[in-house]
Design a binder for this molecule. Structure first.
Ligand code: GAR
Length: 203
């Protein structure tokens, strides 16, 4: 049986990418490989993490293209070249071009740092999500992995995990707790689930 291939898209630190690599290393994601990591941001530490692990890491930056259409088509090509079974948005902070969503319909997942449908949609990404949760005064937040459709954070939910908000939390403290207690656990779990579903279809 051939490997289940991930193309992981990132923009920043890459701790979610690291969580995937760690679960591949410890055998929880057996039969799964990362075929390529793509960042829109040349300075993303996630690219370093990939290179250190011997994974092909490429940057497709909007700045290197004359217009959005050229960037979108370069991004689509970079993903297609890696022949992914699944595209994983692991802190990819660019709205995914429609042509990418259409090409890989049902085969793109995203990790979002809240319990969708709270604090999601346009403008809710990274620390802004946790700022909004604290401002609203919620006592429970969490993370969601969902399948990507053409809306922003609107696709079918695969896994969610709640995380308690604590007295005195700052957006940074809450972000870290949501990563540790939810994101780094449910993103690999969702990948396992998608790979197992694919295997079920093949057999
Ligand atoms: C993560 O918290 C992820 O959930 C969030 O960006 C962070 C990336 O961290 N994604 C979004 O907000 C998407 N809307 P990382 O680079 O350390 O994995």
């Amino acid at each position: 049986m051939s490997d289940f291939r991930l193309c992981v898209l990132v923009s920043g630190g890459g701790t979610n990418l690291q969580a995937i690599m760690d679960r591949i290393d410890d055998g929880s994601l057996s039969g799964i490989v990362i075929s390529r990591v793509i960042s829109n941001n040349p300075d993303a530490y996630a690219l370093e993490r990939a290179k250190k692990a011997g994974i092909e890491a490429v940057c497709v930056s909007r700045r290197d293209y004359p217009d959005a259409a050229a960037f979108n088509s370069a991004l689509l090509s970079a993903i297609k070249e890696s022949e992914p079974s699944l595209v994983v948005l692991a802190g990819f902070l660019v709205v995914l071009p429609r042509e990418v969503i259409r090409e890989f319909e049902g085969r793109i997942i995203n990790i979002h740092p809240s319990l969708i449908p709270s604090f999601c949609g346009k403008g809710y990404y990274g620390l802004f999500v946790h700022e909004a949760a604290l401002k609203r005064g919620v006592k429970v937040t969490g993370a969601t992995v969902h399948i990507v459709d053409e809306g922003t954070d609107t696709g079918p939910i695969l896994i969610q995990k709640p995380v308690m908000v604590k007295e005195g939390d700052t957006p940074e403290i809450l972000q870290r707790r949501v990563m540790e207690e939810a994101e780094w656990i449910i993103l690999p779990e969702a990948i396992r689930k998608m790979a197992d579903a694919e295997e079920g279809r093949e057999n």
